[in-house]
Design a protein around this ligand. Structure first.
Ligand code: F6P
Length: 412
Protein backbone atom coordinates (compact mmCIF):
# COMPACT_ATOMS: atom_id res chain seq x y z
CA UNK A 1 0.00 0.00 0.00
CA UNK A 2 1.58 3.36 -0.93
CA UNK A 3 1.12 6.19 1.51
CA UNK A 4 -1.09 8.13 -0.94
CA UNK A 5 -3.68 5.37 -0.93
CA UNK A 6 -3.75 4.94 2.82
CA UNK A 7 -7.31 5.13 4.01
CA UNK A 8 -6.86 7.35 7.03
CA UNK A 9 -4.05 9.56 5.78
CA UNK A 10 -4.32 13.00 7.39
CA UNK A 11 -6.17 11.62 10.41
CA UNK A 12 -4.82 11.32 13.95
CA UNK A 13 -5.45 8.54 16.42
CA UNK A 14 -4.44 9.03 20.04
CA UNK A 15 -3.85 6.37 22.67
CA UNK A 16 -4.00 6.67 26.44
CA UNK A 17 -3.53 4.25 29.34
CA UNK A 18 -5.47 4.73 32.59
CA UNK A 19 -5.70 2.92 35.95
CA UNK A 20 -3.24 0.43 37.45
CA UNK A 21 -0.47 -0.67 35.11
CA UNK A 22 -0.02 -4.21 33.75
CA UNK A 23 2.84 -6.03 32.02
CA UNK A 24 0.83 -5.90 28.76
CA UNK A 25 0.26 -2.17 28.39
CA UNK A 26 3.24 -1.36 26.18
CA UNK A 27 2.35 -4.38 24.06
CA UNK A 28 -1.21 -3.03 23.66
CA UNK A 29 0.06 0.43 22.76
CA UNK A 30 2.53 -0.94 20.24
CA UNK A 31 0.00 -3.31 18.65
CA UNK A 32 -2.61 -0.56 18.21
CA UNK A 33 0.04 1.95 17.07
CA UNK A 34 1.44 -0.40 14.41
CA UNK A 35 -1.93 -1.19 12.92
CA UNK A 36 -3.18 2.40 13.03
CA UNK A 37 0.05 3.53 11.28
CA UNK A 38 -0.52 0.99 8.52
CA UNK A 39 -4.00 2.45 8.00
CA UNK A 40 -2.37 5.85 7.56
CA UNK A 41 -3.10 7.46 10.92
CA UNK A 42 -0.64 9.68 12.66
CA UNK A 43 -0.46 8.15 16.16
CA UNK A 44 -0.17 10.18 19.34
CA UNK A 45 0.35 8.96 22.89
CA UNK A 46 -1.43 10.88 25.64
CA UNK A 47 0.61 10.83 28.84
CA UNK A 48 -0.78 9.85 32.24
CA UNK A 49 -4.26 8.87 31.12
CA UNK A 50 -6.93 11.57 31.09
CA UNK A 51 -4.50 13.86 32.92
CA UNK A 52 -2.55 14.31 29.66
CA UNK A 53 -5.58 15.99 28.12
CA UNK A 54 -5.91 18.62 30.86
CA UNK A 55 -4.38 22.10 30.83
CA UNK A 56 -2.01 22.47 27.89
CA UNK A 57 -1.99 18.72 27.30
CA UNK A 58 0.90 16.26 27.44
CA UNK A 59 1.12 14.45 24.12
CA UNK A 60 3.87 12.48 22.38
CA UNK A 61 4.17 11.51 18.72
CA UNK A 62 4.49 7.71 18.47
CA UNK A 63 4.35 7.52 14.67
CA UNK A 64 7.32 5.58 13.25
CA UNK A 65 9.11 5.53 16.62
CA UNK A 66 10.79 2.34 17.84
CA UNK A 67 8.64 0.75 20.54
CA UNK A 68 9.38 -2.20 22.85
CA UNK A 69 6.14 -4.07 23.44
CA UNK A 70 7.78 -6.73 25.58
CA UNK A 71 8.83 -4.21 28.21
CA UNK A 72 6.15 -4.19 30.93
CA UNK A 73 4.23 -1.18 32.25
CA UNK A 74 3.33 1.80 30.09
CA UNK A 75 5.72 4.23 28.44
CA UNK A 76 2.79 6.65 28.34
CA UNK A 77 2.47 6.40 32.13
CA UNK A 78 -0.86 6.15 33.84
CA UNK A 79 -3.13 7.89 36.33
CA UNK A 80 -6.54 7.41 37.88
CA UNK A 81 -7.71 10.85 36.75
CA UNK A 82 -11.45 11.04 36.16
CA UNK A 83 -12.55 13.70 33.63
CA UNK A 84 -16.00 13.81 35.20
CA UNK A 85 -16.80 15.30 38.61
CA UNK A 86 -16.31 12.90 41.53
CA UNK A 87 -16.51 13.16 45.31
CA UNK A 88 -12.72 13.51 45.40
CA UNK A 89 -12.65 16.14 42.65
CA UNK A 90 -15.93 17.97 41.94
CA UNK A 91 -14.49 19.88 38.95
CA UNK A 92 -15.87 18.98 35.51
CA UNK A 93 -12.75 18.69 33.36
CA UNK A 94 -14.54 17.68 30.17
CA UNK A 95 -14.28 21.19 28.58
CA UNK A 96 -10.46 21.02 28.94
CA UNK A 97 -10.45 17.63 27.26
CA UNK A 98 -12.60 18.80 24.35
CA UNK A 99 -10.38 21.83 23.87
CA UNK A 100 -7.26 19.66 23.68
CA UNK A 101 -8.91 17.27 21.25
CA UNK A 102 -9.28 20.26 18.94
CA UNK A 103 -5.90 21.83 19.66
CA UNK A 104 -4.04 18.60 18.90
CA UNK A 105 -6.35 17.62 16.03
CA UNK A 106 -7.26 14.20 17.48
CA UNK A 107 -9.82 12.32 15.39
CA UNK A 108 -10.10 9.03 17.27
CA UNK A 109 -9.16 7.94 20.77
CA UNK A 110 -8.19 4.44 21.86
CA UNK A 111 -8.48 4.27 25.65
CA UNK A 112 -6.63 1.34 27.18
CA UNK A 113 -8.10 0.72 30.58
CA UNK A 114 -10.55 -1.02 32.83
CA UNK A 115 -14.10 -0.20 33.70
CA UNK A 116 -13.27 3.29 34.99
CA UNK A 117 -11.13 4.57 32.09
CA UNK A 118 -13.32 3.00 29.43
CA UNK A 119 -16.50 4.04 31.24
CA UNK A 120 -15.31 7.68 31.10
CA UNK A 121 -14.38 7.26 27.42
CA UNK A 122 -17.82 5.91 26.63
CA UNK A 123 -19.44 8.87 28.42
CA UNK A 124 -17.37 11.26 26.29
CA UNK A 125 -18.53 9.42 23.19
CA UNK A 126 -22.16 9.52 24.21
CA UNK A 127 -22.33 13.05 25.58
CA UNK A 128 -19.75 14.82 23.39
CA UNK A 129 -19.61 12.64 20.29
CA UNK A 130 -15.89 11.90 20.62
CA UNK A 131 -15.07 8.76 18.57
CA UNK A 132 -13.58 6.29 21.04
CA UNK A 133 -12.60 2.65 21.00
CA UNK A 134 -11.89 0.92 24.30
CA UNK A 135 -9.12 -1.60 24.79
CA UNK A 136 -9.36 -3.93 27.80
CA UNK A 137 -6.68 -4.12 30.49
CA UNK A 138 -6.49 -5.29 34.06
CA UNK A 139 -4.50 -7.77 36.10
CA UNK A 140 -7.69 -8.33 38.12
CA UNK A 141 -9.39 -9.92 35.06
CA UNK A 142 -12.75 -8.66 36.25
CA UNK A 143 -13.82 -6.68 33.17
CA UNK A 144 -16.82 -8.34 31.56
CA UNK A 145 -15.40 -9.52 28.22
CA UNK A 146 -18.07 -12.24 27.76
CA UNK A 147 -15.41 -14.75 26.73
CA UNK A 148 -16.83 -18.25 26.67
CA UNK A 149 -14.91 -21.11 28.23
CA UNK A 150 -16.12 -24.52 27.20
CA UNK A 151 -15.52 -27.05 29.96
CA UNK A 152 -16.78 -30.63 29.65
CA UNK A 153 -19.51 -29.51 27.28
CA UNK A 154 -20.64 -26.67 29.56
CA UNK A 155 -20.33 -23.03 28.51
CA UNK A 156 -18.99 -20.84 31.31
CA UNK A 157 -18.92 -17.08 30.90
CA UNK A 158 -15.24 -16.41 31.54
CA UNK A 159 -13.13 -13.27 31.23
CA UNK A 160 -9.86 -12.67 29.46
CA UNK A 161 -8.21 -9.27 29.78
CA UNK A 162 -4.72 -8.37 28.60
CA UNK A 163 -2.45 -8.10 31.63
CA UNK A 164 -4.05 -10.99 33.48
CA UNK A 165 -2.09 -13.80 31.73
CA UNK A 166 1.28 -12.22 32.61
CA UNK A 167 0.15 -11.33 36.13
CA UNK A 168 -1.28 -14.79 36.82
CA UNK A 169 1.93 -16.37 35.57
CA UNK A 170 3.93 -14.14 37.92
CA UNK A 171 1.77 -15.17 40.90
CA UNK A 172 2.08 -18.82 39.87
CA UNK A 173 5.89 -18.57 39.86
CA UNK A 174 5.98 -16.59 43.10
CA UNK A 175 3.91 -19.27 44.85
CA UNK A 176 6.01 -22.09 43.50
CA UNK A 177 9.26 -20.42 44.55
CA UNK A 178 8.18 -19.59 48.07
CA UNK A 179 7.39 -23.21 48.84
CA UNK A 180 11.06 -24.07 49.44
CA UNK A 181 11.19 -21.49 52.24
CA UNK A 182 7.92 -22.71 53.73
CA UNK A 183 9.37 -26.23 53.74
CA UNK A 184 12.74 -25.22 55.18
CA UNK A 185 11.05 -23.61 58.18
CA UNK A 186 7.97 -25.87 58.51
CA UNK A 187 5.87 -22.74 58.22
CA UNK A 188 2.58 -21.68 56.80
CA UNK A 189 3.03 -18.82 54.36
CA UNK A 190 0.03 -16.65 53.59
CA UNK A 191 0.38 -14.90 50.23
CA UNK A 192 -1.76 -11.84 49.65
CA UNK A 193 -2.64 -11.23 46.01
CA UNK A 194 -4.12 -8.15 44.33
CA UNK A 195 -7.34 -8.41 42.35
CA UNK A 196 -9.56 -5.91 44.11
CA UNK A 197 -12.94 -7.60 44.72
CA UNK A 198 -12.48 -10.51 42.30
CA UNK A 199 -10.60 -13.76 42.87
CA UNK A 200 -9.31 -14.48 39.34
CA UNK A 201 -5.70 -13.58 40.11
CA UNK A 202 -5.55 -15.63 43.31
CA UNK A 203 -6.06 -18.62 41.01
CA UNK A 204 -2.48 -18.07 39.81
CA UNK A 205 -1.36 -18.96 43.34
CA UNK A 206 -3.46 -22.11 43.35
CA UNK A 207 -1.96 -23.00 39.98
CA UNK A 208 1.46 -22.49 41.53
CA UNK A 209 0.71 -25.08 44.21
CA UNK A 210 -1.06 -23.24 47.08
CA UNK A 211 -2.99 -25.75 49.17
CA UNK A 212 -5.79 -23.36 50.20
CA UNK A 213 -7.17 -20.23 48.56
CA UNK A 214 -9.53 -17.50 49.74
CA UNK A 215 -11.36 -15.31 47.23
CA UNK A 216 -13.48 -12.16 47.72
CA UNK A 217 -16.56 -13.76 46.21
CA UNK A 218 -17.10 -15.67 49.48
CA UNK A 219 -16.81 -13.67 52.67
CA UNK A 220 -15.20 -15.18 55.74
CA UNK A 221 -17.92 -14.99 58.37
CA UNK A 222 -17.41 -16.29 61.93
CA UNK A 223 -18.58 -19.79 60.93
CA UNK A 224 -16.58 -19.88 57.68
CA UNK A 225 -13.49 -18.78 59.58
CA UNK A 226 -13.82 -21.60 62.12
CA UNK A 227 -14.22 -24.10 59.30
CA UNK A 228 -11.23 -22.55 57.53
CA UNK A 229 -8.93 -22.92 60.56
CA UNK A 230 -9.94 -26.57 60.87
CA UNK A 231 -9.05 -27.05 57.19
CA UNK A 232 -5.71 -25.28 57.70
CA UNK A 233 -4.83 -27.56 60.61
CA UNK A 234 -5.83 -30.67 58.71
CA UNK A 235 -3.89 -29.68 55.60
CA UNK A 236 -0.80 -28.81 57.65
CA UNK A 237 -0.85 -32.10 59.58
CA UNK A 238 -1.25 -34.02 56.32
CA UNK A 239 1.50 -32.16 54.47
CA UNK A 240 4.59 -34.39 54.20
CA UNK A 241 7.04 -31.56 54.89
CA UNK A 242 4.90 -29.72 57.42
CA UNK A 243 4.57 -26.68 55.23
CA UNK A 244 1.65 -24.93 53.57
CA UNK A 245 1.13 -22.08 51.20
CA UNK A 246 -2.19 -20.26 51.44
CA UNK A 247 -3.21 -17.66 48.90
CA UNK A 248 -5.64 -14.88 49.85
CA UNK A 249 -7.14 -12.14 47.70
CA UNK A 250 -6.69 -8.65 49.10
CA UNK A 251 -10.45 -8.03 48.88
CA UNK A 252 -11.67 -10.91 51.06
CA UNK A 253 -14.07 -9.81 53.80
CA UNK A 254 -12.83 -11.19 57.14
CA UNK A 255 -14.66 -11.62 60.47
CA UNK A 256 -13.03 -9.52 63.15
CA UNK A 257 -13.18 -11.30 66.54
CA UNK A 258 -12.91 -8.01 68.41
CA UNK A 259 -15.70 -6.04 66.66
CA UNK A 260 -17.86 -8.98 65.60
CA UNK A 261 -18.06 -7.54 62.07
CA UNK A 262 -17.12 -9.10 58.73
CA UNK A 263 -15.47 -6.47 56.55
CA UNK A 264 -12.71 -5.61 54.09
CA UNK A 265 -9.20 -4.96 55.36
CA UNK A 266 -8.06 -1.57 54.09
CA UNK A 267 -4.50 -0.36 53.57
CA UNK A 268 -5.70 3.22 53.82
CA UNK A 269 -8.92 5.17 54.13
CA UNK A 270 -8.06 7.14 50.99
CA UNK A 271 -10.19 6.65 47.85
CA UNK A 272 -9.21 7.41 44.24
CA UNK A 273 -11.13 9.65 41.80
CA UNK A 274 -13.38 6.73 40.88
CA UNK A 275 -14.24 6.10 44.54
CA UNK A 276 -12.09 2.96 45.04
CA UNK A 277 -10.46 2.39 48.42
CA UNK A 278 -7.10 0.60 48.74
CA UNK A 279 -7.15 -2.90 50.22
CA UNK A 280 -4.20 -4.46 52.04
CA UNK A 281 -3.18 -6.28 55.18
CA UNK A 282 -5.46 -9.32 55.36
CA UNK A 283 -2.54 -11.77 55.03
CA UNK A 284 -0.94 -10.40 58.23
CA UNK A 285 -4.20 -10.84 60.14
CA UNK A 286 -4.63 -14.40 58.91
CA UNK A 287 -1.01 -15.34 59.69
CA UNK A 288 -1.23 -14.06 63.25
CA UNK A 289 -4.61 -15.75 63.83
CA UNK A 290 -3.16 -19.04 62.55
CA UNK A 291 -0.37 -18.76 65.10
CA UNK A 292 -2.66 -17.71 67.94
CA UNK A 293 -5.37 -20.29 67.28
CA UNK A 294 -3.34 -23.25 65.99
CA UNK A 295 0.13 -22.61 67.42
CA UNK A 296 1.73 -23.12 63.99
CA UNK A 297 4.33 -20.65 62.84
CA UNK A 298 2.93 -18.55 60.01
CA UNK A 299 4.15 -15.54 58.03
CA UNK A 300 2.44 -13.13 55.67
CA UNK A 301 3.83 -12.17 52.27
CA UNK A 302 2.42 -9.40 50.10
CA UNK A 303 2.85 -10.20 46.41
CA UNK A 304 1.69 -6.64 45.64
CA UNK A 305 3.07 -5.07 42.49
CA UNK A 306 5.01 -8.22 41.58
CA UNK A 307 1.95 -9.31 39.58
CA UNK A 308 1.69 -5.97 37.79
CA UNK A 309 5.32 -5.55 36.89
CA UNK A 310 7.95 -7.14 34.66
CA UNK A 311 7.94 -8.29 31.06
CA UNK A 312 4.91 -9.00 28.93
CA UNK A 313 4.55 -12.78 28.63
CA UNK A 314 3.92 -14.46 25.29
CA UNK A 315 0.22 -15.11 25.77
CA UNK A 316 -0.38 -11.44 26.48
CA UNK A 317 1.70 -10.50 23.47
CA UNK A 318 -0.51 -12.64 21.24
CA UNK A 319 -3.69 -11.46 22.96
CA UNK A 320 -2.89 -7.77 22.54
CA UNK A 321 -1.96 -8.27 18.85
CA UNK A 322 -5.19 -10.14 18.19
CA UNK A 323 -7.37 -7.56 19.91
CA UNK A 324 -5.54 -4.82 17.99
CA UNK A 325 -6.53 -6.62 14.77
CA UNK A 326 -10.13 -6.22 15.91
CA UNK A 327 -9.47 -2.52 16.56
CA UNK A 328 -8.62 -2.24 12.85
CA UNK A 329 -11.97 -3.80 12.00
CA UNK A 330 -13.77 -1.31 14.28
CA UNK A 331 -11.85 1.63 12.78
CA UNK A 332 -12.68 0.53 9.24
CA UNK A 333 -16.37 0.21 10.11
CA UNK A 334 -16.28 3.42 12.15
CA UNK A 335 -17.89 1.52 15.01
CA UNK A 336 -17.09 3.61 18.05
CA UNK A 337 -18.06 3.15 21.69
CA UNK A 338 -16.97 -0.51 21.37
CA UNK A 339 -14.28 -2.62 23.03
CA UNK A 340 -12.69 -5.65 21.31
CA UNK A 341 -12.83 -8.95 23.21
CA UNK A 342 -11.99 -12.58 22.64
CA UNK A 343 -15.18 -14.56 22.02
CA UNK A 344 -13.95 -17.96 23.20
CA UNK A 345 -11.01 -19.29 25.17
CA UNK A 346 -9.04 -21.06 22.43
CA UNK A 347 -7.99 -24.62 23.18
CA UNK A 348 -4.92 -24.19 21.01
CA UNK A 349 -1.99 -21.77 21.18
CA UNK A 350 -2.87 -19.44 18.32
CA UNK A 351 -5.26 -16.52 18.86
CA UNK A 352 -7.06 -15.19 15.80
CA UNK A 353 -9.03 -12.13 14.87
CA UNK A 354 -12.04 -14.15 13.71
CA UNK A 355 -12.38 -15.34 17.32
CA UNK A 356 -12.92 -11.72 18.41
CA UNK A 357 -16.04 -9.64 18.76
CA UNK A 358 -16.74 -6.34 20.43
CA UNK A 359 -18.86 -5.28 23.38
CA UNK A 360 -20.58 -1.97 23.94
CA UNK A 361 -18.39 0.06 26.28
CA UNK A 362 -21.49 1.23 28.12
CA UNK A 363 -22.31 -2.26 29.26
CA UNK A 364 -18.88 -3.54 30.25
CA UNK A 365 -19.24 -3.75 34.03
CA UNK A 366 -17.44 -6.19 36.26
CA UNK A 367 -17.47 -9.96 36.33
CA UNK A 368 -16.40 -11.76 39.45
CA UNK A 369 -15.21 -15.35 39.58
CA UNK A 370 -18.02 -17.64 38.34
CA UNK A 371 -19.24 -20.17 40.90
CA UNK A 372 -18.06 -23.02 38.62
CA UNK A 373 -14.47 -21.97 39.33
CA UNK A 374 -14.37 -22.13 43.13
CA UNK A 375 -15.11 -24.90 45.62
CA UNK A 376 -16.47 -23.17 48.68
CA UNK A 377 -16.17 -26.29 50.91
CA UNK A 378 -12.56 -26.99 50.04
CA UNK A 379 -11.35 -23.38 50.02
CA UNK A 380 -9.98 -23.99 46.59
CA UNK A 381 -10.35 -23.62 42.87
CA UNK A 382 -12.07 -26.30 40.79
CA UNK A 383 -11.01 -28.44 37.84
CA UNK A 384 -12.94 -26.04 35.60
CA UNK A 385 -10.65 -23.20 36.69
CA UNK A 386 -7.57 -25.38 36.24
CA UNK A 387 -8.75 -26.05 32.69
CA UNK A 388 -9.34 -22.32 32.10
CA UNK A 389 -5.86 -21.38 33.34
CA UNK A 390 -4.16 -24.28 31.54
CA UNK A 391 -5.33 -22.87 28.20
CA UNK A 392 -3.75 -19.54 29.12
CA UNK A 393 -0.63 -20.45 31.11
CA UNK A 394 0.09 -23.98 29.95
CA UNK A 395 0.53 -26.91 32.33
CA UNK A 396 2.61 -26.11 35.40
CA UNK A 397 5.75 -28.19 35.53
CA UNK A 398 7.46 -27.67 38.84
CA UNK A 399 10.57 -29.34 40.14
CA UNK A 400 10.01 -31.42 43.23
CA UNK A 401 12.40 -32.87 45.78
CA UNK A 402 10.64 -35.75 47.47
CA UNK A 403 12.96 -36.91 50.20
CA UNK A 404 12.41 -39.51 52.88
CA UNK A 405 15.89 -40.10 54.30
CA UNK A 406 16.27 -42.85 56.90
CA UNK A 407 16.62 -41.57 60.46
CA UNK A 408 19.90 -42.52 62.14
CA UNK A 409 19.53 -44.28 65.50
CA UNK A 410 22.37 -43.64 67.98
CA UNK A 411 24.53 -46.61 69.03
CA UNK A 412 23.61 -46.21 72.71
O1 F6P B 1 -6.92 -2.72 39.58
C1 F6P B 1 -5.59 -3.10 39.57
C2 F6P B 1 -5.00 -3.08 40.91
O2 F6P B 1 -3.68 -3.56 40.78
C3 F6P B 1 -5.76 -3.85 41.99
O3 F6P B 1 -5.50 -5.22 41.93
C4 F6P B 1 -5.29 -3.17 43.24
O4 F6P B 1 -6.23 -3.24 44.26
C5 F6P B 1 -5.12 -1.76 42.81
O5 F6P B 1 -4.91 -1.78 41.42
C6 F6P B 1 -3.96 -1.07 43.51
O6 F6P B 1 -3.70 0.12 42.89
P1 F6P B 1 -2.60 1.21 43.29
O7 F6P B 1 -1.69 0.60 44.29
O8 F6P B 1 -1.92 1.53 42.00
O9 F6P B 1 -3.39 2.36 43.81
Amino acid sequence: MTSKKKLFKGKTLAILTGGGDTPALNSSIESVRNRASLLGYKVYGIRQGWKGLLGDGDILDLTHQPYDGFYGGTALRSSRTNPFPSSKNPENRVPQILRNFERYGIDVLVSIGGDDTNGAAKRLYETEGIPVIGFPKTIDNDLRTRTIHNFNGKEIEGVLCPGFPSAAKGIMEFTDRIRTTAESHSRILVLEVMGRDAGWLAGGGFFGGAELSLVPEYEMTKERKEFFFESVKEAYMKSPKKALVIVVSEGVKWYDDATGKTDFVYASSEVDEYGHPRFGGISGIIASEIYNKLGIEARAQMTGYYARSGECRLYDRRLTSTLADKVVDLLLREEYGQMPVLSKIPTYQELEEFNCSSVDMGSIGNRSLPEEYYNIDKFNFTDAYVDFLTHILGKPNFLQFNYDFPVVIPKF
